[in-house]
Design a protein around this ligand. Structure first.
Ligand SMILES: Cc1cc2nc3c(=O)[nH]c(=O)nc-3n(C[C@H](O)[C@H](O)[C@H](O)COP(=O)(O)OP(=O)(O)OC[C@H]3O[C@@H](n4cnc5c(N)ncnc54)[C@H](O)[C@@H]3O)c2cc1C
Length: 403
């Protein structure tokens, strides 16, 4: 979908490879890696990563050039997520969640001048956006909202939402949230609302002391907003969900999990090499598990690249994106990426044995395992598989390998 810019040339999500993005991502990943242990141990926001991301101007890369961004492609952003995921899982996931929200704004703001202004500010000031979809007792049912948008008059809206999880809510410069369109709308008749810090207050309802992804600081809040009415995205959330939210979330989260898996495999490789150096070149007993980890990492990377390529091919074609086959493929990308990443990290840990299991030493993999275990529950795989049961029954089973 092309973004028509008010007072600018029409542009969209460009596919151009951004000059030195790789180097800038590397610099940011180095800052993330240097503080990853501390971020995990203290369950604190990875401030150093995001200071570096701002210095490297990584937060607005997906914004169109006409709005001050770089028009980076989803593949460019996925690579940054992969690099950050290798360095510090929480940093990678925060970056991914921010970019999912940016993608929704870029692709669905239409000619809305307020939203275009917001994106200009995001790029100029390197603003960090958080995400609110989980609400009340609704769990991972993103396609249903409880709290309605209230028209306050004077061109303003109100929203009071029991947001059970908003990662890095306390550190973000804005929140992009789902909401029921109006008090008389059904739960699935939703809109997406972009809020800046001056538009809302957060009252903490719940802390975040979790097994992994501890640095995401995914606390629960009562979100109370009073914002300009034109910060409601013009398209219904239903369309945004299918065309952008699900594909970008699944691809970018998947890239972070793949980064975690790659880092774990790297550690297992170092362990095996070290063990061989100390035993006259003899492979340690855990070596087959390392081979298995390499194999699932390869499958994971291949699956993710195929899904990324497929999305880039159809992302500007609403009809192709609505096709059952594409929606099933992109939805299952999340399930497959999370299962493969978790099993890769598990194999890497088995390859390292006790050295991987213990929490100290060069080959410890406890943090990787705890972090990657968030992947099947971040929109629960069981929920996704149950929702896909009917479409899967309607899908044709390919008769030849070429299909
Ligand atoms: C690290 C992390 C960061 C997060 N950050 C954010 C954030 O910034 N903003 C935000 O809004 N949310 C965030 N979330 C929440 C996330 O988006 C999901 O809402 C949440 O993970 C779902 O939690 P749940 O398993 O309790 O809920 P549910 O999906 O409701 O699942 C509860 C249980 O019911 C089962 N279940 C549910 N539906 C079905 C079904 N149809 N068939 C079979 N079983 C089913 C599941 O398997 C599970 O055991 C985050 C989650 C994590 C882990």
């Amino acid at each position: 979908m092309e973004a028509q810019l008010v007072g600018g040339t029409p542009t969209g999500v460009a596919d151009a490879v951004v000059g030195d993005l790789g180097t800038r991502a590397k610099t940011c990943a180095a800052a993330a890696a240097a503080h990853a242990l501390e971020v995990d141990a203290q369950a604190r926001f990875p401030a150093e990563t995001f200071a570096a991301a701002k210095t490297q101007r990584l937060l607005g890369i997906m914004v169109p050039k006409a709005l001050g961004g770089e028009g980076a492609s989803i593949a460019d952003v996925a690579d940054v997520c992969y690099q950050l995921g290798q360095a510090c899982s929480s940093s990678g996931m925060i970056y991914a969640m921010h970019q999912v929200k940016v993608a929704c704004l870029v692709r669905h703001m239409g000619t809305n001048a307020s939203l275009q202004h917001l994106l200009r500010r995001l790029t100029a000031e390197q603003l960090l956006l958080a995400s609110s979809t989980t609400e009340g007792q609704g769990g991972g049912n993103v396609r249903s909202s409880e709290a309605p948008v209230e028209q306050l008059g004077n061109g303003r809206i109100g929203l009071e939402r029991k947001a059970s999880v908003i990662s890095y809510g306390a550190y973000a410069d804005g929140v992009v949230t789902t909401a029921r369109r109006a008090a008389d709308a059904s739960g699935s008749d939703q809109v997406l609302v972009a809020l800046l810090k001056c538009d809302y207050t957060l009252t903490k309802l719940q802390g975040w002391n979790a097994l992994g992804m501890r640095g995401t600081c995914s606390e629960g809040y009562m979100l109370k907003a009073n914002a300009p009415a034109d910060q409601v995205l013009p398209e219904p959330y239903e369309a945004i969900h299918a065309r952008t939210m699900v594909p970008s979330a699944h691809l970018l989260w998947g890239s972070v999990w793949t980064g975690i898996a790659a880092s774990a495999v790297g550690r297992a490789q170092a362990f095996i090499r070290n063990a061989m150096r100390h035993s006259n070149g003899q492979l340690p007993p855990g070596a087959p598990q390392f081979t298995k980890a390499m194999s699932t990492l390869r499958t994971l990377r291949g699956m993710l690249s195929t899904s990324l390529r497929r999305y880039q091919q159809v992302m500007d074609d609403p009809q192709a994106m609505a096709a059952l086959d594409f929606q099933t493929m992109i939805t299952l990308t999340k399930v497959e990426a999370s299962e493969l990443a978790a099993s890769t990290v598990m194999s890497a840990m088995r390859a390292c044995g006790l050295a991987g299991y213990r929490n100290d030493g060069d080959y410890t993999l406890g943090r990787h395992l705890r972090d990657v275990l968030s992947s099947p529950i971040m929109i629960n795989n069981d929920r996704i598989l149950a929702n896909l049961a009917t479409p899967a029954l309607m899908s044709a089973i390919p008769a030849t390998l070429r299909e």
